[in-house]
Design a protein around this ligand. Structure first.
Ligand code: HEC
Length: 401
């Protein structure tokens, strides 16, 4: 019952998380598009009011006329629309999901028993949880310090972007050394997503509040607040595509159970950011095919790097393991979870819908079994203590007997 409750809560939270993220990222993409699509206002009276850009649009059967002021209108309207709950809801629901799934079963989902760094392979459950929290917090602190130190007055944003890019490669690398591949991808995405929400919470919204307060007091708002808000929302824009990719990566074990998962992750991050750049520039009026071409090239490299070695190349010749031996191994190492009624604590239903109760179910999934066993991804967290000999026996299973 408890496992079922957790599964159901997970399902509903994921729903909320995806909806909130769609709303937030959709709005963020919309505003970047709007900003880059602004043209000098046609009417002299608008220019006299301080409007520096406008965009006309037709949508849902209506005509819209957006105007952006160079600094602010002479008088602020009473009902100013603010955007922050979408960002906060996305982060809070995402964090709750992380707690419910990963932190509730750290030895299954967070710890990589085959990690190169032995201390990481031997982390206890609570240590792994503490490491994960530290990782998220540390990511934000380092990113925020980079912004504050490298480009405090927003004049060296180019250098800052470079530093953030290098930081993301380091984050990707460290995450794969410390945590299981699946958690590493998620946590790297979560470092970016946390930076995005924290940018809204600690800088963008407080900056806007200071600007509004200054205007209400009849003073000129500090232009640094506006510029900093812009700097951080630009970062958020380039994070969006990579974050979404990393968040959905947990279905694709070929990527995160690879020996060079950090490199694959970095290729995806830069590929996503380059593709985003194409749209940013396009809305400003220029088509630059070089960006999506470069982004796709990076993803093609990721495809090549992540390709499972010999996963489907087949047969190990004479030394093939018999089906009876395979059944014994699968029974001992996999069926605790992959059964129509799992016995492993915390599993209410077969994970990923994969069941190995009968011989034909095992035979049908031969290639997939060999792939996940060879990469070390399964058994998850090696909870069932699969030995190297058993892995070799699975690798040598040709399926001909
Ligand atoms: C401790 C529980 C557990 C054990 C033991 C276990 N698995 Fe899994 N398995 C899971 C979970 C959870 C998932 C879903 C993980 C995910 O979505 O990334 C999964 C997913 C899979 C998948 C789908 C992977 C994909 O790429 O979609 C395969 C195949 C698989 N397991 C095979 C095996 C085999 C073979 C064994 C035994 C050698 C095994 N599992 C042992 C929990 C387990």
């Amino acid at each position: 019952m408890q496992a079922y409750l957790l599964d159901f809560a997970n399902f509903m939270l994921r729903w909320l998380h995806v909806i909130a993220a769609i709303a937030w990222i959709g709005e963020s993409i919309y505003f970047v598009m709007l900003d880059n699509s602004l043209r000098t206002p046609k009417a002299a009276e608008d220019r006299d009011k301080g409007v520096f850009g406008e965009m006309w649009a037709v949508h849902g059967g209506g005509f819209y006329h957006n105007q952006k002021y160079a600094t602010a209108p002479a008088k602020l309207p009473e009902d100013l629309h603010w955007s922050f709950w979408k960002a906060y809801t996305t982060w809070l629901s995402g964090f709750a999901l992380f707690v419910l799934l990963y932190m509730a079963s750290p030895s299954i989902y967070l710890v990589d028993p085959n990690a190169d760094w032995t201390w990481a392979a031997n982390l206890s459950g609570w240590q792994a949880n503490a490491m994960a929290l530290l990782f998220l917090l540390g990511g934000w602190v380092v990113y925020n310090e980079l912004c504050k130190r490298i480009s405090p007055d927003m004049t060296r944003d180019g250098v800052l972007s470079l530093a953030v890019a290098v930081m993301m490669v380091v984050v990707a690398y460290l995450s794969t050394q410390i945590f299981s591949g699946r958690a590493a991808f998620l946590l790297t995405g979560a470092v970016m997503a946390t930076a995005m929400s924290a940018n809204v919470f600690f800088w963008i919204i407080p900056g806007q509040r200071r600007m509004v307060a200054a205007m209400k007091a009849g003073e000129a708002p500090n232009p640094l607040d506006g510029k900093r808000g812009k700097q951080r929302s630009v970062h958020n824009t380039y994070f969006t595509l990579p974050v979404v990719l990393l968040m959905i990566s947990n279905h694709y074990s070929f990527a995160y159970s690879h020996d060079h998962a950090w490199a694959i992750m970095s290729l995806f991050i830069f590929g996503g950011a380059l593709i985003r750049q194409f749209f940013v520039v396009m809305h400003a009026g220029t088509i630059q095919p070089a960006y999506p071409v470069a982004g796709t090239a990076l993803i093609a490299v990721a495809f090549w790097v992540a390709m499972p070695s010999g996963a489907s190349s087949g047969d190990a010749g004479d030394a093939s393991t018999s089906l009876a031996e395979i059944e014994t191994i699968v029974e001992a190492r996999c069926v605790a979870c992959h059964s129509s009624s799992p016995t492993q604590e915390g599993f209410a239903a077969p994970p990923a819908g994969i069941v190995y109760d009968a011989s034909d179910q095992i035979v049908r999934q031969r290639d997939k079994i060999r792939e996940v066993v060879a990469s070390g991804y399964m058994p998850l967290g090696n909870m069932t203590g699969m030995t190297d000999e058993e892995r070799e026996a699975v690798a040598a299973w040709s399926g001909s007997q």
